[in-house]
Design a protein around this ligand. Structure first.
Ligand code: KG4
Ligand code: ZN
Length: 336
């Protein structure tokens, strides 16, 4: 059979997503049931609530994905699922559903690393994209600079030493009284703020390091907000958002372009939820064009958590001959 129809499942955090793909890169459906509303009143994701919600909707989302793809269960000949990193209870729901389908239908199963999924969103977006390239993976839980040498072959060149980029966005947003998730809110406010209003510290770490550190910046912004409140001053949220975002974007973009030049790659890709940030996209686009490096990023829907990106990884693992056993388990702290 040369037509691989993958059913992919993603439940690592607060999105229940199921996608049907043909030969890994062609998305027939990509349903995302978001739980954001359930978590908003708590200002962040509550793991228990997330698992319960996944259980409630998973079967329905699977049906919806099949329906939209105009295919039947009998057409599916491969299953892919995120097995880490993520919230253990949330991951388990997807893993159990995927194993049940693989077992019941007697079809192969591939467990997928969620971070790898974010990177592969670029293969879906651009059907001609081929390794090697450098990817900046920035999400709510991760900030990595990865050299993708081939399908499934990576070298992690840099990672965060403390907070992930998205985590910093979410925490600052919370301090400004904005809704969860904070990234899109900061992005929106920053567009009308003065990004030079406040000079926040940027940590570049040792000369030549591709690692990131955002905790100092985060503390500086939180201290600024608190001290302004203590003095009884009005806080201009737009200016704080824009100045904070400028600091994060400059660090991310400068390290990424340096990495691309050092490694001599022709292409740089963005991945992960923070890749949706308009300022990060624009800044990197300019830097890449100045240096004659091609710059790619996934469409908004493929940047944040979704099952299509997971199916794409699963497909490339599958055609390589890799298989996961039915004893596959969730691995909450899985590394790239
Ligand atoms: O990849 P993702 O959906 O989930 C994880 O795997 O973590 O990323 C979610 C993160 C959140 O921290 C969210 O605030 C951030 O991505 N995010 C953004 C934007 N859209 C989502 N951050 C900055 N600007 C955005 N436009
Ligand atoms: Zn993610």
């Amino acid at each position: 059979k040369d037509r691989v129809i993958t059913l992919a499942i993603e439940t690592s955090c607060d999105e229940t997503s199921v996608s049907i793909l043909e030969n890994g890169r062609w998305v027939l459906s990509n349903i995302i049931a978001s739980q954001i509303e359930q978590h908003q009143k708590f200002g962040g994701v509550v793991p228990e609530v997330a698992s319960r919600k996944h259980i409630e909707v998973i079967n329905q989302v699977i049906q919806q994905a099949l329906q939209e793809s105009k295919l039947d269960f009998s057409d599916v000949n491969h299953v892919a699922v995120t097995y880490g990193p993520g919230l253990v209870g949330a991951l388990l729901v997807g893993v159990a559903a995927a194993k049940a389908i693989a077992f019941a239908r007697g079809i192969p199963l591939n467990g997928v690393n969620h971070i790898e999924g974010h990177i592969y969103a670029n293969f879906i977006e651009d059907k001609d994209l081929e390794p090697p390239f450098i990817t900046l993976v920035v999400s709510g839980g991760h900030s990595h600079l990865v050299h993708v040498k081939d399908y499934g072959i990576y070298e992690v060149l840099g990672r965060t030493r403390d907070d992930a980029a998205g985590e910093a966005f979410d925490k600052i947003a919370r301090a400004l009284g904005l809704n969860y998730p904070g990234g899109p809110e900061i992005d929106r406010l920053a567009k009308v703020g003065d990004k030079y209003a406040i000079e926040f510290p940027k940590a570049y770490l040792e000369e030549g390091s591709y690692d990131f550190s955002f905790s100092g910046l985060k503390s500086a912004v939180l201290n600024y907000i608190n001290s302004q409140k203590m003095k009884g001053n009005d806080i201009i949220a737009e200016d704080v958002a824009a100045s904070f975002q400028r600091a994060v974007v400059e660090i991310l973009a400068e390290k990424t372009i340096k990495c691309g030049i050092d490694k001599g790659v022709q292409t740089i890709c963005l991945a992960g939820g923070v890749a949706a940030n308009s300022s990060l996209r624009n800044h990197l686009k300019d830097l890449c064009s100045q240096h004659g490096i091609a710059f790619k990023y996934p469409s908004l829907k493929l940047c944040t958590d979704n099952a299509a990106m997971i199916g794409c990884v699963g497909y490339y693992d599958y055609i390589k001959g890799l298989r996961s056993p039915l004893s596959l388990n969730a691995v909450p702290s899985l590394k790239l």
